[in-house]
Design a protein around this ligand. Structure first.
Ligand code: NCD
Ligand code: ZN
Ligand code: ZN
Length: 345
């Protein structure tokens, strides 16, 4: 197949995104709003977004940061805690919240208020299943004895399989999958299960974190894995299976907090997100599969309409900015200072 020089896609959505809050949020919203029509906005603020009322207020703050002339709809998610009241599910649904998020306590950025034991949330999960809300899960166990590279696989065996046995009709979105075991689990599961895949997990294996010295901008959670896992994720993303869809997990952290003795986890990919996916799909010879992954499977899974407008990508070299403003400070996007082959027009 010869590579096309131009690619027109139904406008995509981002089914896993971190926007933060305040001035930092205002700095990053335009990049996503430029490319995507909608995004699932993760609730791991400090303090977390745990009530429908907080989600509605956060949604208003995000909408106010969308540049004039762009249409962008934030889709809100509540942060599940051990103490989430059952009634919050109904309030969430009525407020237009689309999902709850599982952060196993201690698993990732701002997860200390997360769930310590899924059994404490069973009444809430029952209500979510009944109301048809999606349960987005950060799928890693947190035991310090489990090797950091094995935490996703352990989550499938120890948490996800029992969860799905208890709530077979609960929609579970397995977020940012990183292993061949997760790809296989999802591909064999029924239609209640979906999974997002990030651009960095399609493009890189764990060597990227250690190339010629430690590279904090390639550090995210779940951490990049071995090449065989990257290959399995590319296969899943390009398979046409509707259970796999785009979720960047763009997770902005100020540069000085990533280039730090204890650097934050998260890759900031929003300024070149769709271009990074195009690069990954092109490398797999599967550019023809990009539109369904980026623009169809996500809304179909969430039960929302597909977008009706389009975006165009052109084969044109451009250099990703090395550094961008981020509130009072600066941020380094993934691939900053490097040349990309695709550019959204
Ligand atoms: C995310 C963040 O910074 O909020 N970081 C990350 O490495 N992915 C949290 C998350 O999605 O786990
Ligand atoms: Zn996560
Ligand atoms: Zn995330």
């Amino acid at each position: 197949m010869t590579t096309p020089t131009q690619l027109t896609l139904t406008r995509p959505d981002d089914w896993h995104l971190h926007l933060r809050d305040g001035a930092a949020m205002a700095s990053v919203v335009p990049a996503t709003a430029q490319q995507f029509a909608r995004a699932i906005v993760m609730p791991n603020l400090h303090p977390p977004v745990t009530t429908a009322e907080q989600a509605v207020a956060y949604r208003d703050r995000i909408r106010a940061a969308v540049p004039a002339g762009l249409k962008f709809e934030p889709l809100m998610v509540l942060y599940l805690t051990d103490n989430t009241p059952v009634d919050e599910v109904k309030r969430a649904k009525d407020a237009g919240v689309v999902a709850f998020k599982l952060y196993p306590a201690g698993a990732t950025t701002n997860s200390d208020a997360g769930v310590t034991d899924l059994r404490k949330t069973h009444k809430v999960l029952e209500a979510m299943q009944r109301e048809g809300l999606v349960f987005c899960v950060h799928g890693e166990v947190t035991d310090s004895e489990v090797d950091v590279f094995d935490r996703e696989k352990a989550f499938i065996d120890d948490k996800l399989i029992p969860l799905r046995r208890d709530f077979p009709e609960l929609k579970v979105a397995f977020e940012h999958i990183t292993t061949k075991e997760a790809a296989q689990y999802v591909s064999e599961a029924d239609h209640f299960v979906g999974a997002t895949i990030t651009p960095q997990h399609l493009l890189y294996n764990r060597n990227a974190i250690f190339m010629g010295g430690v590279r904090p901008h390639y550090y995210c959670l779940p951490i990049l894995k071995r090449e065989e896992h990257r290959v399995a994720l590319v296969k899943a993303a390009t398979s046409g299976d509707p259970k796999f869809f785009l979720g960047t997990d763009s997770a902005p952290h100020a540069s000085h907090l990533k280039e730090h003795a204890s650097g934050c986890a998260g890759c900031y990919t929003a300024p070149c997100a769709i271009e990074l996916y195009a690069e990954a799909f092109e490398a797999a010879g599967a550019l023809d599969k990009l539109e369904a992954f980026a623009s169809f499977h996500g809304p179909d899974y969430y039960g929302l309409p597909r977008n009706t407008d389009a975006i165009t990508l052109v084969r044109e070299d451009w250099v990703v900015p090395e550094e961008l403003p981020f509130g009072e400070t600066v941020i380094k996007p993934l691939r900053g200072g490097e040349t990309l082959r695709w550019k959204m027009r």
